[in-house]
Ligand binder design. Sequence first.
Ligand code: PAF
Length: 281
Amino acid sequence: MEIIRTIEELRSILKRWRKEGLSVGLVPTMGYLHEGHKSLIIKAVSENDRVVVSDFVNPTQFGVNEDLDSYPRDLERDAALCQEAGASLIFHPEPEEMYFADNCTFVDMENLTKGLCGKTRPTHFRGVCTVVSKLFLIVAPDKAYFGQKDAQQLAVIRRMVRDLNFDIAIVGCPIVREEDGLAMSSRNTYLDEKERKAALILHKSLMLGEEMMRQGERNTEVVKNAIVQNIKTEPLAKVDYVEIVDSENLEPVAEMEHPVLVAMAVYIGNTRLIDNFSFEP
Ligand code: PAF
């Protein structure tokens, strides 16, 4: 399986595939791949003739004090996982290949990006929308695959595709969890042994909320408070946010009448983890 580092080379391969009438799936990632990514690649392989996995730690989606430099990287391991999952190639550009030094063009979005993670990470989604647009323009895939764990990102990308008329089908894939319930994330690697145990509080608290909703509770404040109180029982955890929002427009709701997203970000020590579930009342 090839590792392609330049846009020019990738485009010439894509041109050949297109001439042969092959369909193309894209799985955008920042590397340090895990079983969650693998599930996206396997799904893409099952639905397309060729699959491109982009493996690029995108600088524009990190805030100034965030973990751009320490973000885990292991291309060799990523390549083995991609090969096993059946990907056709990895696109692994350097930042200078993706962004001119004097780049001044960005893709930004209003509304959907202001709440949830956007509150703590105000420039994050501008970086995500920009790099995903660039990947869409470079690869021009038939379908692109994203995990439901980054639920806000998925909603933002769906809206961007609609608003900018990208002719690309967006496929959302379920969260993949460790056996004990922790949602898989490249950032889990930052957790030491104690923190790893403490991190289970995210999933446990979400399950508590889900059970309340299954039992008929529809008031979002009641469910939110129960989730927050449960997180607070874990001394290593600090709540960034717990929100219950409309699944489509991500606006907070008071009573659950339409499908909702229950989303949270919680610091475990210095590591900020996210998790969520969707619920149809
Ligand atoms: O979800 C991610 O890993 C990143 O945000 C993405 C979509 C690859 C853009 O850099």
